[in-house]
Write a protein that binds this ligand. Structure first.
Ligand SMILES: Nc1ncnc2c1ncn2[C@@H]1O[C@H](COP(=O)(O)OP(=O)(O)OP(=O)(O)O)[C@@H](O)[C@H]1O
Ligand SMILES: [Mg+2]
Length: 272
């Protein structure tokens, strides 16, 4: 199967450093756009970094990349500069809040649209070079799976699918799970329900998705949690300061802290 060959490719060429484990790869994706992926991944990365993990955030959304905008940084170089051979991968990294690093993308750039295959190669090469230096690499794939991100998504240690309570978003989330199910051997899929009115609503929607997945695909998806609709988020985006920094005690921040804590605890257990 093609994805197994690709997976081998990514792993075989990753340089290892003695005494240091390679970063775990976590993809954050969704079927429908605008469900909160970028804000979630940014704040999750910071929550993990606060807990002493070395976290790299890769903005792999080549159409509507915006992680740099969310932290108010305007990078000198982006991935496309790798094509000109004038910069090294390290030169691309942007320092984010609480020590996270961000590899920014190129939004809607003509040169990007013309060099898809080359950029995809550059992204994979960048990932291989950076992987030994981090504990976790989080990838914002954008909505759906694009040709840039297929290889990453299909080789992820974990895939987080975000949806909102909207029926269209839920349907698209299921379509995404179905696609992963058919392309991957045993994907570890977690679901986050964003912009809910109550915690109960989040759990009910997860239960619905989980039952459908169980019934039609005979597999399980995990519940990572839900995030309440939080007006502070709009303010954080406006101010270009991540929510978890700007409003650390807001309900959405608390939910994301909780998810980071639970995930890191579980991951530590799994590694023992
Ligand atoms: N929990 C929340 N409460 C309130 N507003 C939210 C919440 N999560 C996200 N939003 C709002 O939803 C909008 C979309 O968020 P974001 O850009 O993170 O989504 P996305 O899935 O990355 O979008 P795209 O598919 O375009 O990349 C933002 O304006 C953000 O303020
Ligand atoms: Mg986004």
């Amino acid at each position: 199967m093609e994805f197994l060959n690709q997976s081998k490719q990514l792993q075989d060429f990753t340089p290892g450093k003695p005494g240091r484990k390679l970063a775990k790869l976590i993809s954050i994706t969704s079927g429908k756009g605008g469900v909160g992926k970028s804000n979630f991944i940014l704040n999750l990365a910071i929550a993990m970094s606060i807990r002493n993990k070395k976290v790299l955030l890769i903005d792999a959304d080549m159409n509507l990349s915006n992680l740099d905008i969310l932290i108010g940084v305007y990078p000198q170089y982006t991935l496309k500069n790798l094509l000109d051979d004038i910069v090294d991968v390290e030169d691309l990294l942007v320092e984010g809040p609480k020590g996270i690093r961000i590899l920014p993308a190129n939004s809607g750039d003509y040169k990007v649209q013309q060099n898809t295959a080359k950029l995809q190669k550059a992204l994979i090469q960048a990932y291989r070079e950076l992987r030994p230096d981090f504990d976790y690499i989080l990838i914002d794939t954008g909505a759906g799976i694009s040709e840039y991100t297929t290889e990453f998504v299909y080789t992820s240690d974990k895939i987080i699918i975000i949806t909102t309570p909207e029926p269209t978003a839920i349907t698209d989330a299921y379509a995404m799970i179905k696609m992963l199910h058919f392309h991957m051997k045993a994907p570890d899929i977690s679901v986050v329900i964003n912009m809910v009115q109550t915690v109960e609503e989040g759990k009910t929607i997860y239960d619905k998705i989980s039952q459908i997945v169980q019934h039609f695909l005979n597999r399980q998806v995990h519940y990572m949690g839900c995030i309440l609709h939080d007006r502070n988020l709009k303010d954080a985006v406006q101010e270009q300061v991540p929510l978890i920094i700007k409003h650390p005690r807001s309900v959405a921040s608390a939910a994301i802290h909780n998810m980071a804590m639970t995930y890191l605890k579980q991951d530590m257990k799994d590694n023992q």
